[in-house]
Write a protein that binds this ligand. Sequence first.
Ligand SMILES: [Zn+2]
Length: 151
Amino acid sequence: MSTPSLSSETIRQLIEKAKTVRQRAYAPYSHYYVGAALLGENGDVYTGCNVENAAYPVGICAERSAVVKAISEGCISFQAVAVVTENGGTPCGECRQVLNEFNPDMLVLIADTDGTLLMQKPLRELLPEGFGPANLNKERVGNRKGTRDGS
Ligand SMILES: [Zn+2]
């Protein structure tokens, strides 16, 4: 796969969805609200927000909650992810690793709560030399339709 070039309208819609879902973030401890919108190879969008917990390490980031939603709905490959925070925060290392599992070439779009696109670059530039299925002599599971191969 190569990094997709998305239309400015698609980018705007992804940022808008990430902004909207950010409002549902459960972040009573950090008050750092994050929304993510993940564009599947199938064209569908899966959103996620951060969900914190009184036992701090149990919380989950917006990006990974979007991945979990997508996988549970049968989409396993992604073109892009938009992440919205108040100040243009980028995905943490753990989220970069989880996204890398599914497509190192996906486009990462970083925006603020005004909807301003602050950065766009392929995931592999955020996680150079990332560990992936190939390191375990495995093929990536997703296909171009974004579903599991063979299903
Ligand atoms: Zn994260």
